[in-house]
Design a protein around this ligand. Structure first.
Ligand code: SF4
Ligand SMILES: [Mg+2]
Length: 455
């Protein structure tokens, strides 16, 4: 669900049943504990960045409404370190699996050594789950996996002692099934220095059935291999604070000099455009974002689309601002464009959209009663004048004109100056939007630009 339609919710926006994990997988429990810990701490979306990489736990960023960053397998620690250096006041939380932790061991060691105050939650289920249950660096001896059918032979990687030996301020080993896991996570988040929790989990698809592994297996595993459970290091705040100095913020984002005529834009404006895959929703948002940046403004775009290219929903959230964008979440959209039923479904609770928001929807879309100002357009007619591939951009431009953020000649000249492979289609879209805007103003000079829809 888009945060645009649920701005007051917890940072964790998904329920367990909506998450993509196998039944009984511990990842959901860890995410719920993390969400509870962040909510108790009163963290706001703009104060948190969740960083993930590949693996089943790498899908978790989509379930949180805060800053998120997703990257290459095992490299999340490096991204987190960079983000924390640039934004020392932000809570930067890495969600990584045992496989990624093995791939990125060097990053782990040096992040601990440097004392960067990132928080790492290792979701350790003793195998690579997403790729079919292969052994990982934490697989214990004799465990059967897809790549150790006769039983693993190597000693498991002691993640906690590795970071403790390299200066971690806070480290502990717990079970995802612990009733008080959210307390343990909160303590790690509150530590001012580098903190890591090795959270033992159940991978119910592979490691559990292959090894008859149970929740009661954690304790003997811990005792047999000298991997103690519990809090293993917790430096006092005064010590951790001086031991783990935060690097200063050395640079702030600044707009590039305009490469087209400079654009005047009224502050920060949040836009959400939703339709079906194949409607070129992301491209439409991209064009507006690109002319904004080329015109000396700031822009941030977040896309949500299914892997299939021509089936399902497609949603883009776009922020355009005349000042640096410090938080890229769309919480209170000024403008929402809904171009298909798929898009409307994906947006979630439209009734939560505030009264000050303008919703422009294709007249063929079925919508619930909403508080926001609702106006209908005839998307088929825009498609006729702009071409089907450019209709989403036409609708977006129309929204910008209706809002009065830019005028028609300015948008057309910016799109023309930007150029590019699709410039003809983009210009056709702008002209279609201008035509619709001007025609409505001409035929209904004393009315609202579009007839307010009965809602
Ligand atoms: S494969 Fe394993 S880790 Fe991945 S979702 Fe399923 S149970 Fe969880
Ligand atoms: Mg794993």
């Amino acid at each position: 669900m888009s945060r645009a339609a649920c701005p007051e919710s917890s940072l964790l926006t998904a329920r367990r049943g909506d998450m993509c994990y196998c039944p009984g997988c511990s990842h959901a429990a860890v995410l719920e504990s993390l969400g509870a810990a962040m909510d108790r701490m009163g963290l706001r979306p703009e104060e948190v960045c969740i960083v993930s990489d590949i693996g089943c736990i790498g899908t978790a960023d989509r379930y949180f409404s805060c800053h998120t960053f997703h990257g290459l397998h095992g490299r999340s620690i490096t991204y987190a370190e960079g983000i924390k250096r640039a934004r020392p006041g932000m809570s930067v939380i890495v969600l990584i699996g045992d496989g990624g932790c093995g791939i990125g061991t060097a990053h782990l060691v040096h992040a601990a050594r440097r004392g960067i105050g990132i928080k790492i939650l290792v979701c350790n289920n003793f195998n690579f789950g997403m790729t079919g249950g292969q052994h990982s660096p934490t697989t214990p001896p004799e465990a059967r996996t897809a790549t150790t059918p006769g039983g693993a032979v190597e000693r498991p990687f002691d993640i906690c002692q590795t970071v403790i030996a390299n200066g971690a301020a806070h480290a502990g080993r717990f079970s995802a099934l612990d009733a008080d896991l959210s307390d343990k996570i909160e303590a790690a988040l509150r530590s001012p220095g580098f903190a890591l929790l090795d959270i033992w989990e159940l991978c119910t698809a592979y490691f559990v059935p292959s090894n008859k592994f149970k929740p009661t297996s954690f304790l003997p595993l811990s005792e047999t291999f000298g991997l103690p459970l519990g809090l293993l290091r917790d430096m006092p705040t005064e010590v951790a604070s001086t031991h783990q100095p935060e690097p200063p913020l050395t640079s702030r984002p600044s707009a590039s000099p305009p490469s087209i005529a400079a654009l005047a834009w009224p502050g920060r404006r949040e836009i959400c455009i939703a339709g079906s895959a194949g409607q070129r929703i992301r491209s439409a948002a991209g064009v507006l974002g690109e002319i904004a940046v080329a015109g000396g403004l700031f822009a941030a775009q977040l896309d949500d689309f299914p892997i299939t290219v021509r089936k399902g929903h497609s949603v883009s959230e776009l922020i355009v601002s005349d000042r640096p964008i410090r938080y890229s979440g769309v919480d209170r959209p000024d403008l929402v464009l809904i171009l298909s039923d798929d898009g409307a479904r994906r947006l979630g609770e439209l009734s939560s959209l505030p009264a000050g928001c303008r919703v422009i929807a294709d007249a063929a879309v079925t919508l619930p009663v909403i508080k926001a100002s609702l106006q209908f357009i005839d998307l088929a007619s825009l498609e006729k004048s702009s071409g089907r591939a450019s209709a989403a951009l036409a609708a977006l431009c129309l929204g910008v004109l209706v809002q009065g953020w830019l005028d028609g000649p300015t948008v057309e000249s910016a799109v023309g100056a930007l150029g590019g492979r699709y410039v003809e289609g983009n210009l056709a879209a702008v002209r279609a939007a201008r035509g619709c805007f001007d025609e409505t103003a001409r035929t209904q000079p004393h009315a609202a630009l579009f007839p307010e829809a009965a809602s």
